[in-house]
Design a protein. Sequence first.
Lengths: 254, 162
Amino acid sequence: MSDMKQPEQSRRDFLSLGAKAAAGLTLAPGVVLYTVAQAKPDDQAVSNINRWGMLIDTTKCANGCDACVTACEKENGWGNSGSEKHSSVSQKPQWIRKVELRHKETGEQHSLPMMCQHCETPPCVDVCPTGASMKRADGIVLVDRHICIGCRYCMMACPYKARSFQHEALTDQSPNAPRGKGCVESCTLCVHKVDAGDGTTACAQACAAEGHNAIIFGDLKDPNSEISKVVAKYATKQIRADLGLNPGVRYQGI
Amino acid sequence: MKRLIKLLHVLPALLVLTLSAPASAGDSGPVIPKAVKGDQCVEPTDVMRRNHMDFLKHQRDDTMHKGIRTKKYSLKQCLECHVPPQDEAKAAEGEHFCKSCHIYAGVRIDCFQCHNTRPEKTAKFHPLVTPAMQATKGLHSPETAALLNKMAATKNTTGAAQ
């Protein structure tokens, strides 16, 4: 065996090994410290120990910049794919979009990304007749496209206009985000990255790469996470908080 | 006597073959491409042939709803070993491990309406068929190990793992 070279272990495997080692740190017999846990072991189900969310600082979000949108398109394979030939712009899926706001009286302007808000009590899940629209234990709202019948009730129920319907047959989808004709789709909070323990999303990464750092992704239930610290310190808002949906995506500066 | 029993065992098979011969004239069965990596699947071949859809469906629900992403029965992992990556696809176009058999058997495959038909480019091998794993299972064959290692050394290592 000694003369044989092992295939290279990937960075992700290495990281997940590290995280597994760090996940349960035994301080004394019976006393286990669970703080560093980011990546869960592959065979472990997600749990409500975590609540994944995002905080968007609209004062840092640049007008006219759409790096988050482009990054999401690339990561999840929607957007400028040539395979949707018959759909108009308004019909094409849009997982995340930039919204420009202007206060009528003061003229104050804001720019912010809008996507699935990953509600604690999602109306899309309430109305789904098949159970395809669902919320994971860790707060990520997804469409199980294996059982989605494409009725689009969820699209009507969503107050954030976050969901899209795929009208056309697709080929060469992103391996991260299987998607196809006749199903509803929306932001997955980069669930494949979350499960892999990356601890970030494509949009947050792109925003940081642009130098804006307007998007913080993290665990709202972990008091030591960056997002929890900022949320505890500054006033943040949920959009349409009056609906009582408790979205996991919060905004600052609006 | 032993010979006679053996003959009796073979006889029905021969009979079936002779009877079905005219029906399947010119039909050589599906063209199933050989696995790209490794030489052993996660389960014995006959089990996989009969039950792969059950394994996949069970895994599908676990992954979707519980975030369980074990690799053993994952569809991505099927492609990882059985189908050449995106940029090596040109040579083998039209020969897809899953599709060629499904088309032959008249199975309407739903997986690939949404899932990509090819894996990402990666230098990783299935955890169950790496040389280390084979050695621990006593299935180690030097030729295979040498081949796998040669592939590991030459393959592009920049691609994301899974």
